[in-house]
Design a protein around this ligand. Structure first.
Ligand code: S3P
Length: 173
């Protein structure tokens, strides 16, 4: 039995938190969400951190949160969509966990995030264009890091979680 972490990566609105929570319950592991961890630590929401410290300030906090969360094993961890950008984070994620990529189309993201006010990167005139740019930039990184990539479109969270668990290496479940 391996206590290696299970780490969910993927874009905003791919369902990392919802699915991570279900997987953690089913596998009797602790669930942690990097954005929630940062909000709890700072006492303010992500949008406020972007306002005050800019994206770079947020990314510093995100790197610190990841290294703290990944100090322990046996967790299921939902990361923020941009957490794969820094090379130091990529190394850490690879070292410290089994990486599951939730592969979600921009259309699906838009369906989930249409009225979102919490994500600073989407508070723009044209959220679709922003998501498309991020998709182009980041999807190759997600794919490269992934031990398991799974398409999420038109699938309900419970089924998807069950499917992921099925496909995990035996020693992780
Ligand atoms: C971001 C994704 C968000 C959050 C922040 C930036 C990104 O997390 O970390 O708004 O760069 O894609 P979710 O992926 O949980 O929405």
């Amino acid at each position: 039995m391996s206590h290696r972490n299970i780490i969910l990566i993927g874009p905003m609105g791919s369902g990392k938190s919802t699915i991570g929570n279900i997987i953690a319950k089913r596998l009797h592991r602790e669930f942690q969400d990097s954005d929630h961890f940062i909000e709890k630590r700072t006492g303010v929401d992500i949008a406020r951190i972007f306002d005050i410290e800019g994206e770079q300030g947020f990314r510093d906090r995100e790197s610190n949160a990841l290294s703290e969360l990944l100090r322990q094993n046996n967790r299921v961890i939902a990361t923020g969509g941009g957490s794969v950008l820094r090379q130091e984070n990529q190394q850490l994620l690879k070292q410290k966990g089994y990486i599951v990529f939730l592969d979600t189309s921009v259309n699906q993201q838009l369906r989930r995030l249409a009225r979102d006010k919490k994500r600073p990167l989407l508070q723009t005139e044209n959220p679709r264009a922003r998501l498309e740019t991020l998709f182009e930039e980041r999807r190759p990184i997600y794919l490269d890091l992934a031990d398991l990539a799974i398409k999420t479109d038109k699938r309900v969270a419970r089924r998807l979680a069950a499917d992921i668990i099925n496909q995990l290496p035996d020693n992780l479940k």
